[in-house]
Structures are given as structure tokens and as C-alpha cells.
Design a protein around this ligand. Structure first.
Ligand code: 3EB
Length: 343
């Protein structure tokens, strides 16, 4: 068996996870909103995300491993595990259970989530968010005079500012997707003791500089974050879609949106290879989650990805709404690159 070196990501079935009994697990995300099955240690943080796995409704565990022993902990509603250098955490807050006075319940839930995440990281001495996954029920629905994704952006920005975090530049890679109605707001994340390198896409306007037509408060995320460990580099690629400059392209054409998204990911890989000494990231060494707005589009998307990635790509397909109504597909990815011993 290969000894894992540094941070590691696996997509596995619940049965495979239980059989492996990894001692170095940092945390897990499950899709379909399933409870973690028996056999999963009680103190492993599990983010239960309510997005269906395609096709059908298989169960998938996204397992993050540290390659070294991990310690559990809890701070307010954030469950986490950590090593000396990094921390995986997750939190779920139900909008039905928050008291919303001045703003919407989603605004209040988002503010609470980000306040508790930042407080956890500050008290744990792991202050740098590397990568954040956000799942919001009914992301495209309007309420309180504005789309819920925009309410989320506003609250995220306020909470990060209140916690002394940057709002542009040194901001984490992220994804923000829809989840089943009436599910809680679920956020999970990786954070580090030291800051990563943040990477922007030369083909895209930075999301934190989007013009106001996309909302009064810009989304706070980088296109990618690059983590350097002793023997490896990890590139966390944010949710990426058919956006060039700041505009959505190929409205209504799922195949063309998929190709444009791949072009964006290739541009990011090239940019990461340019800024990171010793990096050799390439399309065929990615692990991806592909978010599909309309399940009948799955074969079209799969056909485009098969020709780009080849056959041993690690790809999980999920049904999820995407944060702009005109986007039909979004891809997030994690890329690992070994480093030479003297790298
Ligand atoms: C985009 O490029 C698509 O709000 O955290 C992608 C990744 C998107 C993260 C977020 C949003 C977010 O704007 C949407």
C-alpha cells in the first residue's frame, strides 16, 4: 500500500470507506444528505450535503486525509479535525432555527456560519481559509427583494469583514451551489496555519471585482488556492463555469458551456504552473465534482469530459443549481502535483 504523502482526497462508496478505516482522516462530505453510516468514527466531521449524486442516487463520500494522525475538536457549531498545520471543519445551520430581525433568515444563518468558522480558526491558530464549500437551499429563489445567492454574498462579505479577513486578493478558493429546499445551509472548509498562494484566472475578471450587475456585494473567493507541503503541491480549483471576463457565455448550450469551463480550468492550471515553482498540474490528474443543473444534460456533459480527461479521471456528478440562472454546468477540482525532494 502506498503511504499517503501530505493532504489527500478520495471519492469512495460508504462501504469502501468503512473497509479502509483510515486513521488519518480530516473530514468527510456526503452527498444525497445521507447520514454518515455506522462505522464512521463519531468524532470525524461529516458535512451532509443535500445534492443528489447522478446518475440515479448512489452514495459518495468525499474523504480528506492528512497523511498523518489527526485530532478532533469542536467550537460552537463547528466540528473539526486537525493536524499541526491544517484543519478541516464543517457546520450546518437551519434557517428555520435562526432569529432574523434586520435581514433574511439566510443572511442571518450565513453570518452565524462565517462568524463561527472564523472564531474557530482564530482560536485554533489556523487562521487562513484555503478552500470553502457552500451549499444553500434554493440558491436562485428571490426573497426579501433579491436572489438568495445575493443575500448570501452580502452576509458572507459582512461576516468576513467583521472577522478581520480580506475581502479581495487573499481570499479562499470556493464553491457555492444550490441544495434541496428546506435543507440547512451547509459549509465545510480547509484552513491552514500559513497562507496559501492565491491564483486568479487570466481569462476571467476576479469574482471579488465583478461589476454590480451581479449583486451589490461581490462574491469573496479566489479562482484557485495553492498549498505547498513538504513533498507535494495541492491546487484547489474553485467552482468554474462558462464565464469569460465577467459574462456568462453560450447561454442555453450545455456542450459549449462545458467546453468553455474546461478552457477556464486549463487556463488556471497554466497560471498555477507559471506561479508555482516545480508544479506540473495537468487536466488528467484532477479529481472533479461536476454540478449539473438539469439531469437530462448529463450525457452531453459526460461526452465532453470524456474527450478532455480520458478514462481514469476521478469525476463525481451532482445535481445542483448554479449561482447564475443562465449557467447549466459548473466544475470544481483538486489537483495534486508531487514535488522533487529538493522542491
Ligand atoms: C462564478 O465564477 C461562478 O460565491 O463562492 C463559483 C465559485 C461561483 C464560488 C462563490 C461562486 C462561488 O462566479 C459561481
Amino acid at each position: 500500500m502506498r503511504a499517503p504523502v501530505g493532504l489527500h482526497l478520495e471519492y469512495v462508496s460508504p462501504a469502501a470507506y468503512q473497509a479502509a478505516r483510515w486513521g488519518d482522516v480530516l473530514g468527510i462530505a456526503t452527498f444525497n444528505g445521507t447520514r454518515a453510516a455506522a462505522g464512521c468514527a463519531a468524532d470525524v466531521p461529516v458535512a451532509q450535503v443535500s445534492t443528489s449524486v447522478l446518475p440515479g442516487s448512489a452514495h459518495v463520500y468525499e474523504v480528506w486525509r492528512a497523511g498523518e494522525p489527526t485530532e478532533p475538536g469542536r467550537h460552537e457549531r463547528v466540528a473539526f479535525r486537525r493536524t499541526a498545520d491544517m484543519l478541516f471543519g464543517c457546520i450546518a445551520v437551519d434557517e428555520a432555527e435562526v432569529r432574523a430581525a434586520a435581514h433574511s433568515a439566510l443572511h442571518e444563518a450565513t453570518a452565524q456560519v462565517y462568524r463561527e468558522i472564523c472564531a474557530t480558526l482564530d482560536t485554533q491558530g489556523c487562521p487562513h481559509l484555503l478552500r470553502v464549500w457552500n451549499y444553500l437551499p434554493d440558491i436562485n429563489r428571490d426573497s426579501h427583494g433579491t436572489e438568495r445567492y445575493r443575500q448570501f454574498n452580502r452576509a458572507r462579505q459582512h461576516a468576513l469583514r467583521a472577522s478581520g479577513r480580506a475581502l479581495a486578493g487573499n481570499v479562499p478558493a470556493a464553491s457555492a451551489l444550490g441544495a434541496a429546499g428546506a435543507s440547512p445551509l451547509v459549509v465545510y472548509f480547509l484552513a491552514g496555519r500559513t497562507a496559501p498562494i492565491f491564483v486568479e484566472n487570466p481569462r476571467q475578471v476576479s469574482a471579488y471585482h465583478y461589476p454590480r450587475q451581479y449583486g451589490s456585494h461581490s462574491p469573496v473567493f479566489s479562482r484557485a488556492a495553492l498549498l505547498r507541503q513538504r513533498a507535494s503541491l495541492t491546487l484547489f480549483i474553485s467552482g468554474t463555469a462558462s464565464i469569460v471576463g465577467h459574462r456568462s457565455l453560450h447561454v442555453g448550450d450545455t456542450a459549449a458551456q462545458t467546453r468553455e469551463t474546461l478552457a477556464n480550468i486549463e487556463a488556471l492550471l497554466a497560471e498555477a504552473n507559471r506561479v508555482a515553482c516545480g508544479a506540473h498540474f495537468s487536466l488528467d490528474a484532477l479529481a472533479c465534482k461536476v454540478y449539473v443543473r438539469r439531469p437530462p444534460d448529463l450525457p452531453v456533459i459526460q461526452a465532453e469530459l470524456a474527450s478532455a480527461f480520458g478514462t481514469d479521471a476521478r469525476i463525481v456528478y451532482l445535481q445542483a443549481d448554479i449561482c447564475r440562472q443562465d449557467l447549466l454546468v459548473e466544475i470544481e477540482a483538486t489537483a495534486m502535483s508531487p514535488l522533487a525532494a529538493n522542491g
